[in-house]
Write a protein that binds this ligand. Sequence first.
Ligand code: PLP
Length: 457
Amino acid sequence: MQYHSTRGEVSGLSFIDAVMMGLASDGGLLVPQSIPDVQAELGRWKGLSYEGLAFEIMRRFLSDLPEEDLKHLIEKSYASFDDPLIAPIRSFDKFHVLELFHGPTLAFKDVALQFLGNLFEHVLEQRDAQLNILGATSGDTGSAAIAGVKGKARIKIFVLYPEGKTSPLQERQMITVLEDNVHNIALRGSFDDCQSLMKSVFSDLEFRTQHSLGAVNSVNWARILAQIVYYFHAWYQLDCPDRFNVSVPTGNFGNIFAGYLAREMGLPINHLILATNSNDILARFFNTGEYSRGQVNFTESPAMDIQVASNFERYLFYELNQSSGKVVEFMEQFQSTGTVSLGFNTRRQNEAFLAGAADDEQTIETIKRCHADYGYLVDPHTAVGIEVASKLHREDLPLLCLSTAYPAKFQHAMHRALPEIPVEHPTLNALKGLPERKQVMDVDEAAVKAYLAGHAL
Ligand SMILES: *Cc1c(COP(=O)(O)O)cnc(C)c1O
């Protein structure tokens, strides 16, 4: 399988080249040359373990990794999960919940970042190379990325986050990791300051090349690939229904894009229900065809507080019949005016999606309702997905709601919804009182670069 960019200037990359490139060098996103149709295999794959299924799916997207190596990487990546099913399902009368939070940092990002960390390690070993990862986080991604690479030879990770502005718990998940290759940098500024400083460091090509800087952000193809697997695995857990709907709490469009690919590959997903919080640019797009930027609102589901979804361009490429020219035109217009309208005269692609938004009040009500009706705790992101699905799921089909984080990670929302109920997890409790290490710095590009240069491999 070869990979090419949505913007048409990069093509003929192997899987590993695509993973190492991350964002395509023409500013686009990398997509596979074709999407394999696996419908004929679905019967044969019944009964496979999560890892076995991951191997069957992933190997169809790559040809430059020996099968034994791929198998080994998959086994190693999911050995860190605390449930033998990796992503088990909990069933209630009206819906099923796919628990994607059984990895080391209790969020669905572990599914992809555990695999990506091991893949990087393997490739760097083969190429006798090294990588310095630079990232900016407001919470979830940082700890999952750190957990994916901590202690690995040939890799260092530098995470920028706003001092005093992440939840204490999320900060603790990062700064109690004391491995030598992990550097947490708390900047005296906002998350936006962290992100623009990171972008500005990456845009200094000389510095970037000199220090082998790389990213692990959600546009990396390997992250999407790893996420396709649980859509299939869930379908088998549901006993292979003729059709089913899947609700996905959405921010950067990575998770739901993996679901879209699963559907294109032949998994009988009827609708993908795209659920956003009040940052609803995507919900508006799928309902009106208009993609238009707004202000970022801060909500109880912070991992989805995003206005411009970084993976959306991948979907757009298929919506625009794989025309790079049209993608470039769309992105240029969006860049300059902040609004583009597709008008939706081609309904075919769009038939895959239903979309809606839920605000904080509805999110909190949903957490309360799930607890009252089922005695089950859902985190605020998952609650957004359940609430939107309750409005849009009309068919008499099984409904699967993806659960993207363990509730104890989001104390503020859980306490607001259920003040009487302690919401804890042993992994998080165990972090209390552990030694911590972080570097506190001003938002000063020269100082951060000097720190990177002094500590990079
Ligand atoms: C990252 C994240 C999301 C959003 O996923 P995307 O792939 O960015 O759409 C939802 N919930 C949680 C808990 C997350 O960490």
